[in-house]
Design a protein around this ligand. Sequence first.
Ligand SMILES: Nc1ncnc2c1ncn2[C@@H]1O[C@H](COP(=O)(O)OP(=O)(O)OP(=O)(O)O)[C@@H](O)[C@H]1O
Length: 314
Amino acid sequence: MTFVQFKGVVKKYDTKMSVNHLNLEIAQGEIFGLLGPNGAGKSTTIHLLAGLLAADAGEIMLDGYSVARNPIETKRRIGLVPQELAIYDMLSARENVTFFGQLYGLRGRLLKERVEEALAFAGLLDFGKEKPGTFSGGMKRRLNIACAIMHRPKLIIMDEPTVGIDPQSRNHILESVRQLNAMGSTVIYTSHYMEEVEAISTKIGIMDQGKLVAHGTKEELIRQAGLEERLMLETNRLTDEAIGEIRGHARVTFFQRREDSQLELVLQESQAYLQDILFVLSKHDLKLQKLTRVEPDLESLFLTLTGRSLRDRD
Ligand SMILES: Nc1ncnc2c1ncn2[C@@H]1O[C@H](COP(=O)(O)OP(=O)(O)OP(=O)(O)O)[C@@H](O)[C@H]1O
């Protein structure tokens, strides 16, 4: 079932299109990773969905409601974990979560239960009385998450939740995303870290310059782009004759000399034809020192789709 739908959505700042006729569908129950370099339009997209910005054109639907026409219904369904921390330093961790619960209309015993549940979920139960000013960056972010999820929203949106935090908190946050999803929430997660998106997403959307340039599971995306496994061969040395023979092999569709004694190849049906390459090496008295298979990843996909690296501006 389609849970989130963007139909021809446009958002401009002056003349610049931050979101450029975006069409996107997300099914209920997904962990949807929205991946793209800095400035691709990810934050603008999720701010539009959360109703924090108004679109210049197009329509956004959430759970059958229009974000523009039914803002109360749509906002109730969303827990937004923004990129900038939205917590109050003068309140304790517990008071912060309570405050957000009150904003969502929770009262009395239910409010108390949900506050404790959210603190426990964020691994902050022992720090409930403390003010976030003393917290590490990772703890502050976990508190931010506790505040956003305490009303058990159907849709949780996290904007770059792991930027600049320690590995332990990072793992905690990634594990929280999985748990929240297992408990029934659909999750939209923006990041420019492809490893993270690969690791936790059930579906991935790749954004560039305000547009969705690809959409699917990791495997679908890699297949669509026609990306293939590469072989890295490291030898003790190389000769021009050997290079000529390898490059000229009928099944070698990509060839690059990496360093003096390193070759990168795409070899079709490599199981059957690798022996030909090894034979060329031994014929020229060259020794193979290392052979690595490199699986295609989202980084190579992004490069293929846009001609640029995801990490250009990291
Ligand atoms: N308030 C604003 N005023 C003017 N331009 C803006 C504003 N907010 C965003 N933009 C521009 O819109 C484009 C998309 O920005 P956005 O923040 O959505 O990208 P992003 O993919 O989330 O990147 P980041 O990870 O850096 O936040 C960028 O070129 C940005 O400079």
